[in-house]
Ligand binder design. Structure first.
Ligand code: IMP
Ligand code: MG
Length: 164
């Protein structure tokens, strides 16, 4: 394993990003949707800096991944997002399938606004989704740590590593 991003670098980028969100959402209320399990550490460190009103919902998208998208007609949680500001938080955008799936679903429910923010974006050509924010652009390699796992291992690490 090779260190890719230190915890110091993660924390400074997260703090800057939180300030940007605080400006963007000033005097607004936001529903934060965090994609399990990878987004949890990122959200936890981001959350301490946020100062706008919000509610958090956690969505386990991976369990829906295998199914045909047309089969899923409603959001996998029980809240009304109509006319709400939605902030989607995930650990990483790779192929973009996860984010494209969840934003399609959310947009069908007429939210007021949707912003998608990921900690990491892989530098790949064929990503089908462009997140509004990414804190780090990384090489197209498998990474672990800080919420990201390999077969449920390494999630707890405080830094991000490449597996090679
Ligand atoms: P996508 O749908 O291909 O964009 O992949 C997104 C999901 O796959 C992320 O939320 C992660 O859970 C997982 N994933 C993608 N790349 C990696 C990686 O390099 N390490 C660990 N998990 C990853
Ligand atoms: Mg994930």
């Amino acid at each position: 394993m090779k260190l890719l991003i230190s915890n110091n670098k993660l924390q400074s980028a997260i703090k800057l990003f939180a300030n940007e969100l605080n400006t963007h959402y000033e005097n607004k209320e936001v529903i934060i949707i965090a994609i399990l399990k990878g987004a949890v550490l990122f959200l936890q460190d981001l959350y301490v800096h946020l100062d706008f009103k919000n509610n958090i919902e956690y969505v386990d998208i991976s369990s829906y991944k295998g199914k045909k998208r047309v089969e899923i007609k409603s959001l996998p949680f029980d809240i009304n997002i109509q006319n709400q500001n939605i902030l989607i938080i995930d650990d990483i955008c790779d192929t973009g399938n996860t984010l494209s799936y969840i934003t399609d679903l959310i947009n069908k429910n007429n939210p007021k606004s949707v912003r998608t923010s990921v900690l990491l974006k892989k530098k790949i050509k064929n990503s089908i989704f462009k997140p509004d924010d990414y804190l780090f652009l990384i090489p197209n390699k498998f990474v672990v740590g800080y919420g990201l796992d390999f077969n449920n291992k390494y999630r707890f690490l405080k830094e991000i590593y490449t597996l090679d």
